[in-house]
Write a protein that binds this ligand. Structure first.
Ligand SMILES: [Zn+2]
Length: 501
């Protein structure tokens, strides 16, 4: 068949995929922000319809045939089309090997599991959730076995689904380095005589004023609101509908000002990434972030490297003073910087500080590896969870609500997803090390104009969209494979200074 015709056929196929994904993304965004709760059943029905339409669209013999033909002329394709066809094949293989009967049962199980998890969390009763979790793990393992892409442990296949090329071997090495460096530092901090008094942060901060602060943050970080929407949801997230339509959310708590500030900065990082991907990739599969870990490296960059730096927190403090009628008048810049970076081992992952966050992820990783490898039963999960919290963070959850039941991920079948959160921090530190060869980051933050930083990120990272797999992109940018030492070094320098160790 004519090679040009094949490309046209592919474009036509992808247009429909894109249209369906667009509607699903909009519907999800709507459900999580302003959609009335009472419409949940109507919405689920409609979204179920679009999901099946999308599944079938990418699961037809005709489409597979098209991809076969394009693979046969691979030598004529541009690097972009080669990557596109590679990703299409990966997706076909994943879908094709799943028994449609199993897929239907699994799709019906997930919403039930979600409700069971919510009930279990509300009543602090893990036994309500346990049978659903057992079934989810059964299907997750069945699908991974059918579609085994990586040798060895079954969990490798799950990791690879979220982060191409990620394996247990890589992660074991990675977390080994992290735990050897972070845990001793944490113990030193716990014993240190430096006491950070952040009591003033528990005062009331009116929500309408917090909204002004959030807009100040978006503006300072240079998120382009003319190509985006900013709203609220219980759990902040970013929805990449198209590079010209990036929707961020945050949440506001009257007595937790920092939560909305740093959620906003975090989501802005995700949004800035999506807004600045190579324009030639718009409306193609390459027109999005390289992977979840690379995405997280950008959200963490804007949240921590910029947002929690001493220069930025000083600017923030003077703004907060004006906004909150001098409520911060007795707080000095150094004190505020320390409060924003205070280390407190906590039970809840999403409340964790920059130092302890990766330990929470390491615990999820250890547990998932054991669950998927049949070394741990669901019934033993709460005890094991508590044991690992004691071992790594030196605290014990006082109930399952603040323990094993805290995260939504497993009730959605997301096994293999957590490690990307920790990898993101390490990717970030490694990118920063490279950026420092070209830019003096502190001076740019001080100037109040972050464009040179955004340009650097755009030219070195964003421009590639999804063209390169995450570990290849990391190597291309930093000329090095994953090296967690940069992240550890960053943490040690920062927190030894703050805690005077
Ligand atoms: Zn994120």
């Amino acid at each position: 068949m004519n090679y040009q015709q094949l490309l046209l056929d592919y474009q036509k196929h992808y247009q429909k995929t894109r249209a369906l994904e667009y509607m699903l993304t909009l519907a999800r965004y709507d459900a999580l922000t302003i959609g009335p709760k009472k419409a949940v059943n109507d919405r689920s029905l409609i979204m179920g319809y679009w999901s099946i339409e999308l599944f079938n669209h990418n699961n037809s013999a005709q489409y597979e045939n098209l991809i076969n033909n394009l693979e046969a002329v691979n030598y004529r394709l541009t690097p972009e089309m080669k990557r596109t066809i590679y990703l299409a094949r990966r997706q076909i293989n994943q879908i094709k090997k799943i028994d449609p009967q199993d897929y239907r049962q699994y799709s019906e199980l997930l919403p039930q599991a979600q409700v069971a998890w919510e009930n279990a969390k509300q009543t602090n009763d893990f036994s309500i959730y346990a049978p659903y979790l057992e079934k989810i793990i059964f299907y997750v393992k069945k699908f991974a076995t059918a579609n085994k892409t990586v040798e060895g442990h079954l969990y490798n296949t799950l990791l690879d689904q979220y982060e191409e090329g990620l394996t247990i071997a890589k992660l074991d090495d990675f977390f080994n380095v992290l735990s050897k460096r972070i845990i001793p530092l944490l113990r030193q901090i716990e014993k240190s005589s430096t006491h950070i008094n952040d009591e003033f942060l528990n005062h009331k901060f009116p929500i309408d004023k917090q909204k002004n602060v959030a807009l100040f943050i978006l503006n300072k970080l240079d998120f382009d609101l003319s190509k985006g929407v900013f709203s609220e949801s219980a759990h902040p997230f970013t929805s990449g509908i198209s590079p010209n339509d990036i929707r961020l959310t945050t949440h506001y708590y009257e007595r937790n000002l920092l939560s909305s500030i740093y959620s906003t900065a975090h989501e802005a990082g995700h949004g800035i990434y999506e807004q600045n991907i190579n324009a030639e990739y718009h409306n193609t599969v390459l027109g999005t972030g390289a992977s979840m870990a690379v995405h997280e490296s950008q959200s963490r960059f804007y949240e921590n490297i910029i947002g929690r730096s001493s220069i930025f927190t000083s600017m923030l403090l003077s703004y907060l003073n004006k906004e909150f009628n001098e409520q911060f008048i007795d707080v000095n810049e150094k004190n505020f910087y320390h409060c924003v970076n205070k280390v407190t081992p906590s039970l809840i992952r999403t409340d964790a500080d920059e130092l302890t966050y990766s330990l929470h992820i390491m615990i999820r990783y250890e547990l998932e590896k054991m669950l998927i490898g049949d070394q741990l039963q669901v019934s033993e999960l709460p005890d094991k969870w508590n044991e690992l919290y004691k071992r790594y963070l030196n605290i014990t959850p006082y109930n399952d609500q603040v323990g094993v039941l805290q995260d939504v991920h497993w009730s959605g079948g997301a096994f293999g997803y957590f490690p990307s959160y920790a990898l993101g921090n390490a990717f970030c530190a490694q990118f920063v090390k490279t950026m420092e060869k070209d830019l003096i980051i502190a001076d740019i933050i001080k100037s109040g104009n972050l464009i040179p930083i955004k340009n650097w990120l755009t030219n070195n990272i964003y421009v590639y969209g999804k063209l390169l797999p995450p570990f290849e992109l990391l190597k291309k940018v930093t000329k090095e494979s994953l090296n967690p030492n940069y992240f550890c070094q960053y943490l040690e320098e920062k927190f030894k200074d703050i805690y005077q160790l």
